[in-house]
Design a protein around this ligand. Structure first.
Ligand SMILES: C[S@@+](CC[C@H](N)C(=O)[O-])C[C@H]1O[C@@H](n2cnc3c(N)ncnc32)[C@H](O)[C@@H]1O
Length: 382
């Protein structure tokens, strides 16, 4: 089988790419023309279908997609290249064409006209079309910002696994302004923990349970911990709600201290926790049990003590917005202005606790607030 082209959600392509890299550690990812397309070299079928099922930022894969720029080509030449593609990758069963746009229109290139002609190419080759439930979909994605087209047989349905609208934080029985959106929470869990088989997830400061809900719905064993009983009760109610009122056997909320994880987690989880997702308290409204840096340091040290050798964490910190917003990963030595504390101190602290920073991304919350999203992996111990 050829390589795949992953099509990412528009919300935050940089984070979506990092999530995909974490879920498919056996694949090599390479950027394509559009920020929302990634070439996936290698990677097993099992990992790809798991990514389609649980990723937050992935829409679909296109089999060995033809990526073309419209600047120096004509629709006729493009159609010829697609006819050659269809001949090179014959499929069995019924077919349909699906087309969608990313961003603005590409002047002179009508996606509906192109998809009609693609339908003609399939018809000429004797395929029967089933628009309701085709066995195979030939997808055409038109990317306005780069004036390019990607086209190929689609794996997945072109939608991300879920949308924020499905279980809005504000609709949970227990809501606080600190509650994280499901899209970011799911992505952070996947980035931190990687493939499902690696092991369970711990949310050491669970608050209203945003990460815990997504970890459990993605099919992982998960424990959320909070020092305040009000939060423990509230997160429990939210967890139950997210599972349609059924107690999830594989997820739980416990009252405890993030800085003493070995005392709170089941003994058999020691050395097995695949991912930690941390959204520590901050600012005047925080319910922190100690000052920011010492709490973070003790929590990361305690997480390291129970971590799987390939474990990761995702840490979310409030940030003054960047002068120029970007969804690309940023260098670790970028002069980030945290709302609380100094970024170089945080990096030193992370390293001193036995973790190796991997990537930093920034997500814009509103005009005066952004989030820094740090991904780190277990550093090998001496
Ligand atoms: C920013 S909130 C987490 C919000 C969460 N991500 C959500 O979606 O609701 C931080 C939480 O850390 C908890 N916390 C503070 N110190 C703690 C400690 N030492 N151990 C465990 N939880 C702690 C607070 O009670 C608070 O609920």
């Amino acid at each position: 089988m050829g390589d795949m082209l992953a099509c990412l959600r528009g919300w935050h392509p940089g984070l979506a790419k990092a999530e995909l890299a974490a879920l498919m550690p056996d694949a090599r990812l390479e950027m394509e023309r559009s920020a929302r397309w990634v070439r996936v070299h290698g990677g097993s079928d099992v990992r790809r279908s798991e990514a389609l099922r649980i990723a937050s930022g992935l829409q679909c894969f296109l089999l060995d997609a033809v990526v073309s720029t419209t600047d120096d080509g004509s629709p006729e030449a493009w159609l010829e290249s697609m006819a050659a593609y269809v001949d090179a990758y014959p499929v069995e069963g019924t077919v349909a064409v699906r087309a969608w746009k990313q961003g603005s229109k590409i002047p002179g290139w009508s996606t509906s006209e192109l998809s009609r002609q693609l339908g003609g190419v399939l018809f000429e080759r004797g395929y029967s079309v089933d628009l309701e439930a085709p066995d195979h979909v030939l997808a055409l994605v038109a990317d306005g910002p780069t004036a390019s087209l990607a086209c190929g047989w689609m794996e997945g349905d072109g939608q991300a696994a879920f949308s924020n609208g499905e279980r809005k934080a504000g609709e949970r029985p227990f809501f606080k302004p600190v509650s994280l959106d499901p899209m970011l929470a799911r992505l952070a869990v996947n980035m931190a923990a990687g493939p499902l088989e690696r092991g369970p997830v711990v949310d050491p400061m669970t608050g209203t349970g945003g990460f815990l809900i997504e970890a459990s719905l993605s099919g992982r064993n998960a424990i959320g911990i909070d020092i305040h009983s009000e939060m423990v009760q509230g997160a429990n109610a939210n967890l139950l709600w997210a599972h349609g009122g059924n107690d999830p056997e594989h997820a739980a909320v416990k009252r405890g201290d993030a800085t003493r994880l070995p005392d709170v987690l089941p003994g058999e989880w020691s050395g097995k926790v695949a991912g930690f997702v941390l959204d520590p308290p901050y600012g005047r409204n925080s319910h922190g049990s100690m000052a920011n840096d010492p709490l973070l340091e003790a929590s990361l040290r305690s997480a390291r003590a129970v971590a799987h050798p390939e474990a990761g964490f995702v840490l979310i910190l409030p940030l003054h917005p960047l002068a120029e917003h970007t969804t690309d990963g940023l260098p670790l030595d970028h002069p980030f202005a945290l709302l609380n504390g100094e970024w170089p101190d945080v990096q030193r602290l992370v390293t001193s606790c036995g973790w190796a920073p991997q990537s930093v991304h920034v997500e814009r919350v509103h005009r005066s607030l952004s989030r820094l999203i740090l991904h780190a992996r277990c550093a090998p111990q001496d």
